[in-house]
Design a protein around this ligand. Structure first.
Ligand code: GLU
Length: 420
């Protein structure tokens, strides 16, 4: 299979290279290594959608089921104009390692549709979402593959998808999609789970490195679900002083700190963080290079590269985005002693609570939010220390350590099944 992507560097080649480097360090069986370099299955779909102006527009989408040796495949669906089959493959691979590193009984998958939801009406987004399920529904199922929200998708979209799936089946099967609204079988605590899991990791990193996080200056790139909740919970739980945030339109900086409620209200009102009163405007690139203690990339892939890694000043980098750092940048950050909490560990809180949602759907009995938080904390803390300890044991950076922990678990499942 050839790789194909217009995004540079190609995220799937990045994902394969990360695995290749880990395979070498952990002396992975060559056949297991080759098997884990590729998705097991993928579906490409073409989706005709009636637009509000009466025309029909043809969209293209994907679902990649990367590896199901540890359980049904799991992963979100992204709506993005730059989506490619290779971004989806990479994200599906990272989901496989993500579920393994937090040790939940699920494999990895990802879905995507090439579209720009910012230019579509709610009705058009609903029809597109239902069209996607009509095509992809045939390979989904609570024992097979379970989608969730990701970039530019949300609980309302999950509700339309769960509803469309119910029509295909003839009955409700809530566990087939997670990140649903509470009224339709969603879980308490799913909304902020990705950021909350990252904040628990940061707390543990602070303890392990002896860095006092109370009042620690913090910059957040990206102001979607993960970025906004990182702002809120970082301040609430750890006392972080968030001095800069950004979204796709640009960033804002105030050395005295940015109040979450006020910035969030401004974004709701104007559609962006830019223009927030009292803050200086900065670019996304400048935000990454600010002299802060904590940097939280919470947007898209490949923003920390060999080109800018040397100028990154943060001591702690908590990757809430998927794939924000390229392998060359990883080496530079490691040499500079920056402590990276790698993406598929740092942002695993979302899928962990998705797993809790599946469990609650299966027995149709719902947990208090405090129980969700407690169980999430336990999972994230255990995963953080497994990775932190492996980094010391093997003398490698944290991403490599996270790969070693996750890939060993998937390799064990593959071998026990007799696939290799
Ligand atoms: N899209 C989220 C992620 O990348 C959540 C996936 C899920 O809950 O299945 O981790």
């Amino acid at each position: 299979m050839a790789t194909e992507s217009s995004v540079s560097p190609n995220p799937f080649e990045v994902a394969q290279r990360q695995l290749d480097e880990a395979a070498q360090v952990m002396k992975l069986d060559p056949a297991v290594h080759e098997l884990l370099r590729w998705p097991l299955r993928e579906l490409h779909v073409t989706l005709p959608v009636k637009m509000d102006d009466g025309t029909t527009k043809i969209f293209h989408g994907f679902r990649v089921q990367y590896n199901d040796s540890r359980g049904p495949t799991k992963g979100g669906i992204r709506y993005h104009p730059d989506e490619t089959i290779d971004t989806v493959r990479a994200l599906a691979a990272w989901m496989t390692w993500k579920c393994a590193v937090v040790d939940i009984p699920l494999g990895g998958a990802k879905g995507g549709i090439i579209c720009n939801p910012k230019e579509m009406s709610q009705g058009e987004i609903e029809r597109l979402s239902r069209a996607y399920i009509r095509q992809v529904g045939r390979i989904l199922g609570l024992e097979k593959d379970v989608p969730a929200p990701d970039v530019y998708t949300n609980p309302q979209i999950m509700a339309w998808m769960a509803d469309e799936y119910a029509f295909l089946k003839g009955y409700n099967e809530f566990g087939v999609i997670t990140g649903k609204p509470l009224a339709l079988g969603g879980s308490a605590g799913r909304g902020d789970a990705t950021a909350r899991g990252g904040v628990y990791c940061l707390r543990e990193a602070g303890k392990a490195l002896n860095i006092d996080l109370k009042g620690a200056t913090t910059a957040i790139q990206g102001y979607g679900n993960a970025g906004t909740f990182a702002h809120k919970l970082g301040a609430e739980i750890l006392g972080l002083k968030v001095v800069a945030v950004s979204d796709s339109k640009g960033g804002i900086y105030n050395p005295d700190g940015l109040d979450y409620e006020a910035v969030f209200a401004h974004k709701q009102e104007t559609g962006s963080v830019i223009g927030f009163p009292g803050a200086k405007s900065i670019t996304n690139e400048e935000l990454l290079e600010l002299d802060v203690t904590v940097l939280i990339p919470a947007a898209l892939e490949s923003v920390i590269t060999a080109e800018n890694a040397d100028r990154i000043k943060a001591k702690l980098i908590a990757e809430l985005a998927n794939g924000p750092t390229t392998p060359d940048a990883d080496k530079i950050l490691h040499e500079k002693d920056a402590y990276v909490i790698p993406d598929f560990l740092c942002n695993a809180g979302g899928v962990t609570v998705s797993y809790f949602e599946m469990v609650q759907n299966a027995y149709d009995y719902y947990w208090e939010e405090s129980l969700v938080h407690e169980r999430l904390d336990k999972k994230m803390t255990a995963a953080f220390h497994a990775v932190h300890d492996a980094a010391k044991e093997y003398g490698v950076h944290n991403r490599m350590a996270a790969y070693i922990v996750a890939v060993s678990r998937v390799a064990e499942a593959v071998k026990l099944r007799g696939w290799v």
